[in-house]
Design a binder for this molecule. Structure first.
Ligand SMILES: Nc1nc2c(ncn2[C@@H]2O[C@H](COP(=O)(O)OP(=O)(O)OP(=O)(O)O)[C@@H](O)[C@H]2O)c(=O)[nH]1
Ligand SMILES: [Mg+2]
Length: 206
């Protein structure tokens, strides 16, 4: 990464950035979500997994990306999925305006772990959240309605997405912001091409 890059300074004296956090079990799509949305180079901490977690790389500290949505800067923090880094869940959620809890829709065996993560965070920090059900592009995936029933949440609090696609991720983000009352789609946003500048990393574009 460019050592001179400073995403905080790059926002200058404009509106105060909103802090949002993405949590969820290993492989739920947290890093993918941040990468698909960020307009700046993502600060990532993915390393070779030292134990069998079903994939080669895993986040060991955090992901950090930024975007500007309809004039509003957003700082996006992804958490590690593994329990042994649970101290980071609390650290990263400090001061967050909202939380996206991602669950892989084709891995119902991990829903209970997602519930534990949610309880871990919400029992320590009061933060509004939505649940995002990823991997909707794959077969045999749970619907957002079924996941809402599993978590005992209103259907409006659960959305389906493909975390590797920027257009899918941005609507999840907007859903969270609308839910927490921090954002209303402006007419300029609606009439523009999803209102989002293309991510500069070339990742996750439709
Ligand atoms: N098809 C599909 N693949 C996805 C989706 N979300 C994530 N993936 C893939 O799933 C794998 C794991 O995604 P990551 O974003 O690394 O998952 P993570 O939640 O950050 O995982 P940890 O950091 O280990 O906790 C990657 O190969 C992604 O490309 C999705 O919605 N659809
Ligand atoms: Mg990750």
């Amino acid at each position: 990464m460019n050592p001179l890059y400073d995403p905080i300074a790059s926002f200058g004296t404009g509106p105060k950035p909103l802090k949002l956090v993405v949590a969820g079990p290993v492989g739920a799509g947290k890093t993918s979500f941040v990468r698909s949305l960020s307009e700046t180079e993502v600060v990532g901490t993915d390393e070779l997994a030292t134990e069998d977690i079903g994939k080669t790389f895993t986040t060991v500290a955090m992901d950090f990306g930024t975007l500007v949505l309809d004039g509003q800067p957003i700082f996006l923090f992804g958490t590690p999925g593994q329990d042994r880094f649970d101290f980071m869940w609390e650290v990263l959620c400090e001061g967050a305006l909202g939380l996206v809890l991602l669950v892989a829709g084709d891995k119902p065996s991990e829903f209970s772990q997602a519930r534990r993560i949610l309880e871990f965070i919400t029992s320590r920090i009061s933060v509004p959240f939505i649940v995002g059900v990823t991997r909707q592009d794959l077969p045999k995936v749970w619907s957002s309605e079924d996941v809402a029933e599993y978590f005992g949440l209103p259907t409006a609090q659960v959305v389906s997405l493909n975390a590797t696609r920027s257009t899918s991720s941005i609507f999840t983000l907007i859903h969270l912001l609308e839910l927490v009352g921090a954002y209303q789609l402006s007419e300029s946003f609606v009439s523009s091409d999803a209102g989002l500048a293309e991510p500069q990393n070339g990742f996750g574009q439709q």
